[in-house]
Design a protein around this ligand. Structure first.
Ligand SMILES: C[S@@+](CC[C@H](N)C(=O)[O-])C[C@H]1O[C@@H](n2cnc3c(N)ncnc32)[C@H](O)[C@@H]1O
Length: 218
């Protein structure tokens, strides 16, 4: 995520928890300032402690707020929303005018429901310009997807197919590091779902067709 934040950005880190990302980006001089926000008091206290310990009280504001509410006056150029479900990220984006402001970059890291988040972005004139896969070797090789997007009212990209919504158009095009493991994980999850639905006598033809398309990417 840090690599997708632009040089000289004013960062909004929404759902910051510990404020480690804005603190690290201030430390290396990549951003000019940040607002670190969270809807819960414990994380806000944690974030304030990080900011104080790093000596960034003048550069990083910490706010207790829901989503992007009250962040308009900061005019953030880059917004990170990480470590939440894709539906919650979608709802936070949809509830605020800030993500549609010209030039604002969104850097999103959904823990679940990536398909729903891609659908919201791609049908809502948000152009997904890049997607990255990040491997956490400390967490049994858990893979994280990171989406980078910005609003373009005149975006002329063709509609996403179901395969592209589930896997990610940019990931299919670019096949970055860890792509094979990412696809294998999708197949495992689908196999469990299909097995359960088959047992229950439900129609799995759509899911089997999707599985076939995903397997063909390997
Ligand atoms: C798992 S932590 C992720 C922390 C950090 N962003 C990261 O990726 O390491 C999720 C954080 O999102 C916060 N959160 C959940 N819903 C939120 C909302 N609607 N607005 C702001 N923060 C929210 C939680 O309080 C929690 O601190």
């Amino acid at each position: 995520m840090a690599s997708l934040v632009r040089e000289g950005a004013f960062l909004a880190d929404v759902g910051t928890d510990h404020a480690q990302l804005p603190a690290a980006l201030m430390e290396c001089g990549k951003i000019r300032g940040a607002v670190a926000s969270d809807v819960n008091e414990g994380p806000v206290a944690h974030a304030r402690e990080t900011v104080r310990a790093c000596g960034f009280e003048g550069q990083i504001d910490v706010l207790l707020t829901d989503g992007l509410a009250g962040l308009e006056s900061y005019a953030p150029t880059d917004i990170v929303i990480a470590g939440m479900g894709g539906e919650l990220i979608r709802d936070i984006l949809a509830a605020s005018p800030i993500p549609k402001k010209s030039g604002v970059r969104l850097i999103l890291q959904p823990m679940t429901m990536q398909r729903e988040l891609r659908e919201y972005l791609s049908t809502g004139h948000f152009h997904i310009s890049r997607e990255l896969l990040s491997l956490d070797s400390n967490l049994n090789g858990r893979l994280y997807s990171i989406l980078c997007a910005e609003y373009r009212a005149d975006d002329a990209e063709s509609p996403y197919s179901e395969l592209e919504l589930v896997v990610g158009r940019r990931l299919i095009e670019e096949r970055p590091a860890h792509f094979e493991a990412y696809i294998a994980r999708h197949l495992e999850i689908l196999d469990v779902r299909i097995g359960g639905m088959d047992k229950a006598g439900l129609d799995t033809s759509g899911l089997k067709a999707l599985r076939w398309d995903i397997a063909a990417l390997l």
